[in-house]
Design a protein around this ligand. Structure first.
Ligand code: DQA
Length: 149
């Protein structure tokens, strides 16, 4: 089954973007880390990034079709700043019935107040935050633990 790992706005800047918050690993490093974690857990990795909200909506719909076909292990979504603004992403997750883990590299709850609210959390199965980029590997392992026989 496929583990779909979706990244939203500004995550293409990983490595040079506020390294004291997000670390020095690039998005390409994170992709490699995810691909290794997926192999270790028996998943096919599908890793993507976009700066566009509607593209994320389209990808969640694609995940819904994979889910309906029985081919989706789950989705790991780092929606970046859209986490705090996007009713459209909330509705897309709810509308597709996919199993989704919300992920943040940083501990959003220890940061600015505007990062404390998430439109994703009420539609997510689980939330991962504050583990740095290693959180992606932890979330993939967590997804493996949630698969039913
Ligand atoms: C983030 C946290 C968000 O608040 C921020 O807008 C991001 C990255 C994280 O991974 O810690 O772009 O999702």
């Amino acid at each position: 089954k496929t583990a779909l790992i979706l990244n939203g706005p500004n995550l293409n800047l990983l490595g040079t973007r506020e390294p004291h918050v997000y670390g020095s690993q690039t998005l390409q490093d994170v992709q490699l880390l995810c691909e290794r974690a997926c192999v270790a857990n028996g998943f096919v990795a599908d890793f993507r990034q976009t700066n566009h909200e509607g593209v994320l909506v389209d990808w969640l719909h694609e995940a819904g079709r994979l889910h309906a076909a029985g081919d989706l292990a789950g989705v790991i979504l780092n929606a970046g700043a859209y986490t705090h603004t996007s009713v459209a992403l909330h509705d897309a997750i709810k509308g597709t019935g996919i199993m989704l883990i919300e992920l943040h590299i940083s501990n959003v709850h220890a940061r600015e107040v505007f990062r404390h609210h998430s439109f994703i959390s009420p539609a997510a199965k689980a939330v991962m935050a504050g583990f740095g980029v290693n959180g992606y590997a932890l979330a993939i392992a967590g997804l493996a633990g949630m698969q039913s026989a």
